[in-house]
Design a protein around this ligand. Structure first.
Ligand SMILES: Cc1cc2nc3c(=O)[nH]c(=O)nc-3n(C[C@H](O)[C@H](O)[C@H](O)COP(=O)(O)OP(=O)(O)OC[C@H]3O[C@@H](n4cnc5c(N)ncnc54)[C@H](O)[C@@H]3O)c2cc1C
Length: 499
């Protein structure tokens, strides 16, 4: 019997699993697809306070999100890093004094000790102005952080597992029924088609945009809460500017569009707000959204962006909590926890909404909500101080780790070694070396992705398919040719047959 069963292997489910396993609870997490295959790999990839939420007076959300930036950066410096944002002033939009006030609040609302403060910019002199049209002469610069969203999920799952949690991917919750003693969960292994039954005292519904479907169809419980499903799309184009800062643009409809340096050679542009009613797993960036994003950034950059430039696009669905009459872009990005104890002894907790940025605090709040029904488990909050796997090195030591890895593995060029340290942190040395000597790497599938790494991902990080490896454990999908993808797929099939 598990203490808690978590439905959903996104950032919230995996963050809760880590927190609970570290408190000594018996944890089961089921994910019907791959870890992070839902919204949590389809975000703008920012750990941010959310400058624009200040306009909606969401001061509490902005404050605890701002504090989280540095907390998360310290526990995962390999996958999280500081990012400066250029905010050009556009006549007829938010006034200079309003931008200055917003940034003053952003600097002072909470928790900024490492990240530099905001400052005014003369874009006619700053190199960031060179990529912009000449009318943009004034602006500001401020700090937030970037994150590898999918790896954040996987590292939380890995840490949870290393603390005893049972993580089952490709496993769907079919139904769950409660009796006086807990929940009986009917699960299906989607790879073998086999049904399995497990028992848990508490169910946590962390199914993101599927949360309502899980409550109504899988758990058979009634709810008054509404999840609004709001699609957001992104496009990726070859790098549009040479520096390492990002841009935040105000669009004519008053929405905000980001253009971020991405994976060294690309620019990531997003996002949109389109309400949907269908299955959240099937979403794609539509031609209209692509046109909207291209036009929005072409109003700022000297070199216009065209749909033909796009090398990749993706869409995700925000599971937002709120009433159907509110405009999607004005719905709160904060989360709501709903505890259902109608049968007294078999509680269920549902999570609605939330951000990547707030997943760790959310997991602590889950613990607080369940404390009275779960007498067992350590009470002290612990996740703010303990590094995620591979994150146990000081901020600023990343280059040293890269050099160390290259010294041991002479076949690696700087690009490959940097990718590996950014993905695995200090664990890169454990994966690729033994007693200071390079391990045999096997076939190179392309861009330095070798058999040794693929086997590690299968054995340790629940990877099964080429997509798991090329789009969630890494972003090598941006660089692989069709032939390289086919070769990897073939190798994985052969390995599976032999297993
Ligand atoms: C376009 C966009 C941009 C965003 N940008 C940012 C950003 O820059 N910064 C930020 O902080 N936040 C951002 N967010 C918000 C953030 O991405 C989400 O709030 C967060 O990822 C939600 O995580 P989750 O774990 O709740 O849901 P998900 O990641 O969707 O996870 C839910 C999981 O449940 C699984 N599941 C569903 N039903 C079942 C079942 N029956 N059995 C088993 N498993 C099941 C699904 O397969 C899925 O993997 C963005 C969101 C979007 C859409």
């Amino acid at each position: 019997m598990y203490d808690i069963a978590i439905i959903g292997g996104g950032v919230n489910g995996c963050g809760i699993a880590r927190d609970a396993a570290g408190r000594g609870l018996r944890v089961l997490l089921v994910e019907m697809d791959d870890l992070a295959s839902g919204t949590s790999s389809r975000s703008t990839k920012l750990i941010h306070g959310g400058l624009r939420y200040l306009e909606h007076y969401e001061f509490s959300l902005v404050r605890h999100s701002l504090i989280e930036r540095e907390v998360l950066y310290k526990i995962a410096p390999h996958i999280i890093g500081p990012l400066r944002f250029i905010f050009p002033h556009q006549k007829g939009m938010r006034s200079l004094w309003l931008m200055r006030l917003g940034l003053f609040l952003y600097d002072h609302l909470g928790g900024r000790t490492i990240l530099p403060a905001s400052r005014a910019l003369d874009l006619s002199r700053d190199e960031a102005g060179a990529a912009l049209q000449t009318q943009f002469t004034k602006g500001f610069e401020y700090s937030d952080c970037r994150v590898d969203d999918a790896r954040l999920v996987i590292l939380n799952a890995l840490d949870a597992h290393e603390r005893g949690a049972d993580i089952r991917t490709r496993t769907k919750l079919v139904t769950a029924k409660r009796d006086g003693k807990g929940w009986d969960l009917h699960l299906r292994d989607l790879r073998t088609g086999k049904s399995v039954h497990e028992r848990a005292a508490i169910v946590i519904n962390a199914a993101g945009p599927w949360a309502e479907e899980v409550i109504l169809n899988r758990l058979g419980v009634d709810t008054q809460s509404q999840v609004r499903k709001v699609k957001g799309s992104h496009i990726v184009v070859p790098r549009l500017f040479e520096h390492e800062r990002a841009y935040i643009f105000q669009n004519l409809d008053k929405r905000i569009i980001f253009a971020l340096p991405y994976e060294d050679d690309f620019t990531l542009i997003g996002t949109t707000d389109v309400e949907i009613t269908g299955e959240p797993g099937d979403v794609e960036a539509s031609a209209v959204e692509i046109g909207y994003l291209c036009e929005a950034v072409s109003d700022y950059f000297k070199k216009p962006v065209h749909p033909a430039d796009i090398v990749w696009s993706f869409a995700g669905v925000r599971p937002l909590f709120g009433h159907e009459r509110i405009n999607p872009s004005k719905l709160t990005r904060d989360y709501v926890l709903e505890l259902d104890e109608s049968l007294g002894t078999a509680p269920m907790l549902s999570i609605f909404g939330g951000k990547i940025t707030t997943y760790r605090v959310l997991a602590q709040k889950v613990w607080q909500s369940l404390e009275k029904v779960l007498p067992k488990g350590a009470r002290e909050n612990w996740t703010s101080e303990v590094a995620l796997p591979g994150g146990d090195f000081a901020i600023g030591e990343l280059e040293e780790l890269v050099a160390h890895l290259q010294q041991s593995c002479t076949w690696m060029d700087n690009k490959v070694a940097t990718r590996l340290v950014r993905a695995y942190g200090s664990r890169a040395l454990q994966i690729f070396t033994q007693e200071g000597k390079a391990l045999e790497c096997g076939e190179d599938f392309g861009c330095g992705l070798c058999e040794l790494e693929v086997s590690y991902l299968i054995k340790t990080e629940w990877a099964r398919t080429a997509d798991d490896i090329l789009w969630r454990r890494s972003k090598l999908g941006l660089r692989f040719s069709k032939e390289q993808v086919s070769r990897l797929e073939h190798w994985l099939q052969e390995r599976e047959k032999g297993a």
